[in-house]
Design a protein around this ligand. Sequence first.
Ligand code: NAD
Length: 351
Amino acid sequence: MSAPARVLVTGHLGYLGPPVVAALHRAGHEVAGLDSGLFEDCALEPDPPVPTIRRDIRDVTPADLRGVHAVVHLAGLSNDPLGLLAPDLTHEINAAATLRLATAAREAGVRRFLFSSSCSVYGTTAEAWVDEATPPRPVTPYAAAKAAAERGLAGLAGPAFCVLSLRNATAFGYSPRLRTDLVVNDLVAGAVLRNEIRLLSDGSAWRPLVHVSDLARAFALALDAPAEHVNGAVLNVGADAQNYTVRTIARTVAEALPEARLSIPGDAGRDVRSYRVRFDRLHRLLPEFACRVDLRAGIADLVAQYRRVGLRSTDGCVRLEHLKRRLAAGEVAADLRPRLPAPAAAAAAGA
Ligand SMILES: NC(=O)c1ccc[n+]([C@@H]2O[C@H](COP(=O)([O-])OP(=O)(O)OC[C@H]3O[C@@H](n4cnc5c(N)ncnc54)[C@H](O)[C@@H]3O)[C@@H](O)[C@H]2O)c1
């Protein structure tokens, strides 16, 4: 689909949303968003202006998707801690509702469906390196739901419906909808706000990283990739050179902010989620893609952005905490459907 298309981005009010919407706009596409608004009030800056459907993906019907050429599906419970909050709902939203949404899209005549999956499906690996041929070994409900959705989606692919699962590395970098429950963003926030870089584990686990702007560009390029090459595929998104141990990430943050104290608690346990990922298929299927922002550059930009927006706390930037607060306040029902529109955006900056 190289011509400009009408693209619906689900979950556009999340961390990846604004950079993905911006990348699609740059590629000339017309963009609308669909989001239930679980974190609607968590924005440091205004969102790109796009027509918005405020709906849960569990409630979407083909009628909502008529006239849409492509769906970029970001909506979901998007990390391991959130997945552990309600494993059943994680399966319901991240796997079952994803397949329901894709089925509705196919019925409505949508031509392409991009799913935001995760390298976390690799879980704990015995191999030194993993790629798309390595059988997933998810170790959390979040990762298991992503793996189940990928399998189901591959079965929906057909000549008129091109489906692609992007298995993203862990994202880092500034977004107007900042999250600090991501390793790099968290360590930089601790260094900037408290002069402290504190690990929660012994730091030996491997993580592939990808800058949020590179990830957004990968989605835009994946919309244009020839269907005969990508239909039904799973694609790791990141860069071989951007696999790091958490300890190395912490040391790189410490080099950028030498006034901050690096602490690794003596009793910190090992994180069993550890995987080193190869990205050869990405370069074969999306040959124009290369990561442009490496860890050092991404950290320097984060520091500059935190200072630019005057970040004073990470309130509203940690998804599990924020969701628990909204559940306790009755703003979100137990089935994780928001009951009320979130209050006006309360930015952590200066809040
Ligand atoms: N950020 C990363 O490092 C990363 C890495 C790999 C994969 N992913 C995947 O990319 C996607 C986006 O990630 P993110 O970091 O922007 O997440 P996020 O939590 O910041 O945003 C997710 C958005 O989805 C919406 N949402 C959640 N459940 C919904 C539902 N039932 N119906 C409608 N909307 C719903 C939320 O309101 C939120 O705005 C997720 O699927 C995530 O699993 C993210």
